[in-house]
Ligand binder design. Structure first.
Ligand code: TPP
Ligand code: MG
Length: 1003
């Protein structure tokens, strides 16, 4: 059966041009294979075939204009009826639940009087009645089980809400452990041995910090943080965290940055780090030292995640967990039940980034994610919530967001007391006390606790009357009790359908005694005197002599000791060591040059923006079978701004639950198609989240052993300026991928105004050592740069990432000049020379869209003033500067040698005339190359706040339009005494340039 293929609904566009015809008569094609590519003034989109078959006749050619319904081709249908293709099917209607078990029973409940907003009574006016209710609940639990009891309570609560009762706040639960003692899963470990191992690790971690500070107090470090978290880490290391090896991808652990000494101390016992290395904590300049904090750049075989800038770890880990599911749902990664564990301080939870994405984690049902918040109640300066309770506050936030919350507040020594607390008075007292009091209690000893905590109520005083002050002092916190921690981790591992947060209460500086236990200065404590060290040794029973303690020796038991055997056996059992960073990803072959060939030719009259050119490149790349599946387009709610809405239908938007609704625009070519295996990460309005996704994808080659090509497209103003710290961390993490700063240029993004117009993102990008950045003008430059980026990063595995700016100004693009590739990549090449044989020459350098103003200015200078310009397209002032600096340094270090020339110098040395550089960025962008040429150098740029107006007005305001370039060039030539000053004066008048105008930075 023959079938016509016509243009489907393409949204708002009328009469759009066909720019590619992708099939010919006689071709056999599959359903959804692209037939043609259409291009409007903003975006390009492929038209897929509605069915499989053979093309009988093509009805269109390149350049034709078409609208909805226009005939494109006829098809001999071969499998229309086979029903295998589901792409165009509408999502299944949500079925009504017909299961009688889930039906609401029809037994009516009695209606009662409605009330509104009366607070709950605080007094028990009828204790007998209260007891009846509690007895009823107990009876249901005993007879029908916990599920039935919960059901009944829910039913009663919902009835109470409908009656208008004001119910107590249910975001939080009582201030006790979430897991009842009876329900705790017991650790299979040997507690005696584990306790010893933990003591040695504690000692060595403290010793390395103290030793470093004996060398110099400049070196710093932290003892108190790891001291409070040692049990939380150790239980994970001994029982839960599975390493990467041949048969398993490995759990991913985000360690709290300044607990690093603890990880080194364990690695020392494991034999992975030597004593010499521990001695070199925070002395990294010469090889063999240990990083202050987790820095993959500095310890690439050890650390995986840079976390020390607080708040980055939690949000990056959330997106890591989501990206792991993305890879699984796209069929690129096996689902092995790997977990992402994240260790955080309670103070760190103040960071907006720490809590900012917890809603996403719950929405995406990230049950592969486990947060552990170490609530030692202190941050750097003092208590985290002296007047409140950080644990309750966090519980409320996480529960509210939909997380599984496991509180580990009290250790086992409290169990008998809580059991004896029949009337709930102890629990009430626990709830009453604020964190400032809890902190003071751990600083001041058992007698103080008896006096301040228990003695408030006679019953509680009585409860502990047979306990000594020491016994009271020993009442431990949950985070220091390996049994409680084990039970919590076990429950976290088993949880399905939501992320888990373990909120553990600990003591900052645990075991440090008067030198730093639970006192406000704990965080800064990095020196322990002899007495403190002896105390610390005794507290944890580390088998060192007094002399060894005085010499601050590390302790490592004999290799054949039971502790060492146990420690190694545990890790062997769990598949290897943690942390460890490695990569076994196979490279991606760079796409063939053909894919980019079309961009090397002139577009003729046809105008497009570099953003459109880039989107077309990506569309073409989706036809390359090596590259296509690895592309990860990441967009924070701006796909339509950048003309990328065609991707929605073509490759789908990732949605872990698929699409449960029929999209409003389902008939259209760019329909909003969500899919479980969707490829686009449509992030919503979160640059921090989008960047975290990008980092996860850009480091997938090490964390998942699969090389991915993330391309994150954003408003360039909301890039480095907004998420600069993430970009820095990406450099540290050795991310590989593309950041695209779209709508770039202070005067190119016109109407949007001050907060949108970017004139400095390249400067920010230039500060990151492994970020390679470009500001291309023409489609062929973009193509050459982009392809080389894929080759360098994903084929050659260079640990760099690319920042490329793209603009939204439409213009026609010339053909690539012969032999320009090398210069495009190095940062500049000769675009054109005016050869009027004039005596007066100028070297005109431009980048981005402002290069086009320079080209127009050169024409005027040549035709009207007989001044010859060499026009240089500068694709990267940043790369030119890097090269210049390196060569200059080399020359200075080798004064006897013949001087080498920088690339800038090689380009310009034989050229006459002053250099004038013009960009859509602040002048310091182009000024970067000023030192590398001996010629007079002038910059024109867009220093100052942007403002909304037309491009023409903006360029005039910032003095980067062709008229200003002409007038300033004449003035520069006058100042260099190459021509008379009257030319410039005349030009200022001719072009209406106000010579008294205030400098734009001041307006
Ligand atoms: C973004 C950022 N701001 C400030 C710091 C400096 N800093 C390091 S640790 C710390 C206190 C941390 O307190 P908390 O999160 O409670 O961790 P703890 O040491 O108590 O476990 C601060 C402010 C940092 N590392 N990162
Ligand atoms: Mg803290």
């Amino acid at each position: 059966m023959a079938q016509n293929i016509s243009v489907p609904d393409i949204g708002d566009f009328e009469s759009v041009e066909i720019i590619e015809v992708l099939v010919k008569a006689g071709d056999t094609i599959k359903k959804n294979d692209p037939i043609v590519t259409l291009e409007s003034d903003k975006s390009s989109v492929e038209v897929p075939s509605p069915a499989s078959g053979k093309i009988i006749e093509l009805k269109v050619k390149i350049g034709d204009k078409v609208s909805k319904g226009s005939l494109l081709a006829t098809l001999q249908n071969i499998s229309l009826e086979n029903g295998n293709d589901k792409t165009n099917e509408k999502p299944e209607k949500i079925k009504k639940d017909l299961n009688p078990k889930n039906q609401v029973t029809s037994v009516p409940t009695n209606e009662i009087k409605k009330v509104f907003a009366q607070p709950a009574s605080k007094d028990d006016i009828d204790p007998a009645e209260t007891n009846e209710w509690i007895d009823s609940l107990n009876a249901v639990i005993e007879n029908d089980g916990a599920s039935r009891a919960s059901y009944l309570l829910n039913k009663v609560i919902s009835k109470a809400y409908t009656a208008g009762l004001v119910l107590p706040d249910t975001r939080t639960t009582p201030y006790i452990n979430t897991i009842p003692t009876e329900a705790e899963v017991k650790s299979p470990g040997n507690q005696n041995i584990e306790k010893k191992i933990r003591a040695y690790i504690r000692w060595n971690a403290a010793a390395m910090v103290v030793k470093a500070n004996k060398i110099s107090s400049e070196l710093g470090g932290h003892i108190g943080t790891f001291a409070s978290a040692a049990t939380l880490y150790d239980v994970g290391m001994n029982h839960f965290w599975r390493a990467k090896n041949k048969s398993f991808g490995g759990d991913l652990i985000y360690f709290q940055g300044h607990s690093a000494p603890g990880m080194y101390a364990r690695a020392f016992l494991e034999g992975r780090l030597s004593e010499q290395q521990l001695d070199r904590f925070r002395q990294e300049v010469n090889k063999g030292g240990l990083s202050s904090y987790p820095h993959p750049w500095l310890m690439p075989n050890f650390w995986q995640f840079p976390t020390v800038s607080m708040g980055l770890g939690p949000i990056m880990a959330i997106y890591q967990a989501r990206f792991t599911k993305y890879l699984i749902n796209r069929g690129l990664l096996k689902d092995e039940g790997r977990k992402i564990w994240v260790f955080l301080g309670d103070g760190e939870m103040d960071e907006p980034e720490s809590l900012g994405a917890i809603g996403l984690a719950a929405r995406e049902k990230l049950d592969n994610l486990i947060f552990v918040v170490n609530c030692n109640l202190q941050r750097l300066d003092g208590p985290v919530r002296g007047n409140g309770k950080i644990i309750q506050e966090l519980e409320g936030s996480f529960r509210g967001a939909g997380w599984n919350v496991i509180k580990v507040i009290w250790g086992s020594y409290w169990d008998p007391l809580l059991k004896a607390d029949k009337n709930g008075l102890l629990m009430k007292r626990m709830m009453e006390c604020v964190d400032g009091e809890y902190q003071a209690m751990k600083a001041k000893g058992g007698a103080y606790v008896r006096d301040r905590f228990f003695s408030k109520y006679p019953e509680l005083k009585e409860l502990v009357s047979s306990m000594t002050d020491n016994d009271i002092w020993r009442l431990n916190r949950g985070g220091h009790d390996p049994h409680k921690v084990y039970a919590a981790y076990h429950a976290a591992m088993a949880n399905k359908g939501s992320p888990t947060v373990v909120i553990a209460k600990t003591v900052k500086g645990y075991g440090m005694g008067k030198s730093g236990e639970s006192i406000n200065t704990t965080h800064q404590q990095k020196k322990l005197d002899e007495e403190d060290l002896l105390y610390y040794r005794d507290r944890f029973k580390v088998p060192l002599t007094d002399k060894q303690v005085r010499d601050i020796e590390y302790f490592k038991p004999a290799e054949n000791s039971e502790e060492m055997k146990y420690l190694k056996e545990r890790r062997r059992e769990l598949g290897g060591f943690i942390p460890e960073r490695s990569s076994f990803a196979t490279p991606i072959k760079a796409p063939s040059k053909d894919i980019f060939e079309i961009f090397m030719k002139s577009t003729g009259e046809k105008e497009m923006s570099t953003t459109m050119a880039l989107v077309r490149m990506l569309t073409n790349l989706l036809r390359d079978k090596n590259v296509a599946p690895r592309l990860v387009p990441i967009i924070p709610d701006e796909a339509r701004t950048f003309g990328m809405e065609g991707f929605f239908r073509k490759i789908g938007i990732y949605a872990h639950e698929g699409q449960k609704y029929e999209p409003e625009d389902s008939e259209q070519l760019s329909s909003y198609r969500e899919e479980k295996s969707g490829q686009v990460l449509e992030e919503g309005i979160t640059e921090a989240g989008a960047m975290s996704s990008w980092v996860a994808a850009a480091t997938s080659y090490t964390n998942h052993d699969i090389e991915m090509i993330p391309i994150y497209i954003f408003y360039s103003m909301f890039g480095f300026q907004r998420i600069g710290d993430f970009a820095w961390a990406a450099g540290d993490a050795q991310a590989r991928g593309f950041l695209i700063g779209a709508t770039a240029g202070r005067t190119t993004l016109a109407g949007e105004g001050l907060q949108h117009q970017d004139g400095h993102s390249h400067i920010l990008a230039s500060m990151i050592p492994n970020c390679v950045s470009y500001d291309p003008t023409f489609a062929y430059e973009m193509a050459v740069i982009f392809r080389e980026g894929i080759r360098r990063m994903h084929e050659k595995k260079e640990n760099i990432f690319y920042y490329i700016t793209a603009m939204n100004e439409n213009y026609s693009h010339p053909s690539k000049p012969e032999g320009a590739d090398e210069g495009i990549l190095k940062g500049m090449y000769l675009f054109n020379e005016c050869k009027n044989k004039s005596k007066t020459k100028v070297q005109l350098l431009g980048s981005g869209t402002i290069l086009r103003e320079a080209i127009s200015a050169a024409k005027i200078l040549s035709e009207e003033y007989e001044i010859d310009c060499d026009i240089w397209s500068v694709t990267s002032f940043n790369e030119l500067r890097k090269n210049g600096l390196e060569i200059e340094r080399k020359n200075l270090l080798n004064p006897k040698e013949k001087k080498e020339k920088s690339y800038v110098e090689k380009c310009l040395e034989k050229r006459d005339g002053p250099i004038i550089a013009v960009t859509d960025y602040v002048r310091s962008f182009s000024d970067q190359i000023r030192p590398f040429t001996s010629k007079p150098f002038y910059s024109l740029g867009t220093d100052g706040f942007g403002r909304s107006d037309t491009r023409k007005n903006l360029r005039k305001f910032f003095e980067v339009d062709k008229e200003h370039i002409v007038a300033y060039t004449l003035s520069i030539l006058a100042s260099e005494q190459l021509i008379g000053s009257e030319n410039a004066e005349k030009a200022f008048k001719k072009y209406n340039i106000d010579q008294k105008k205030i400098f734009p930075t001041k307006i």
